[in-house]
Design a protein. Structure first.
Length: 145
């Protein structure tokens, strides 16, 4: 079959599939290069509670809610025993994990690390995680920010 006839015989769905593939394969679609390659917007207007009688019972445990990861860092129920930061990595938005052994946050995508206050300690992430305010009243922990 001649090339012109072959291309002319292609139908809409085949052309659409080719276009989607070419877009997905385009340069820089998910490059793990240095610096921020995507805009990651931290959550705003956050306001939720956690019952400490049923959640965050052990040091190192965490809860993810409303785009925020809340971690118990110490045994007491003082607000300073907890931290709450945005769960989306500032590099490309992958959900970070708390690493109890290192007492830090680690992004499993490209390896960025953050302190428990959200500061970057290793890139490629270039921006700190947004930190949220934690208060405790009785058994109820409140996260705002
Ligand atoms: S998404 Fe790239 S380091 Fe987190």
């Amino acid at each position: 079959m001649e090339r012109r006839k072959f291309i002319g015989s292609l139908t809409g769905p085949v052309l659409t599939a080719c276009a989607v593939c070419m877009g997905a394969c385009s340069k820089g679609s998910s490059s793990p290069s240095s610096g921020n390659t995507a805009t990651v917007t931290p959550p705003a207007g956050v306001n939720f509670t956690i019952d400490l009688r049923s959640s965050l019972l052990s040091v190192g445990s965490s809860v993810v809610q409303s785009g925020v990861i809340v971690v118990r860092l110490a045994a007491s129920d003082d607000p300073g025993s907890f931290t709450a930061v945005q769960v989306s990595c500032t590099h490309e938005g992958t959900s970070i994990n708390f690493n109890q052994a290192g007492n830090n946050f680690v992004c499993p995508n490209h390896g960025s690390t953050f302190t428990t206050n959200g500061a970057v300690t290793n890139g490629p992430a270039a921006s700190a995680l947004k930190k949220f305010t934690v208060t405790v009243s009785g058994n109820i922990l409140t996260v705002t920010g």
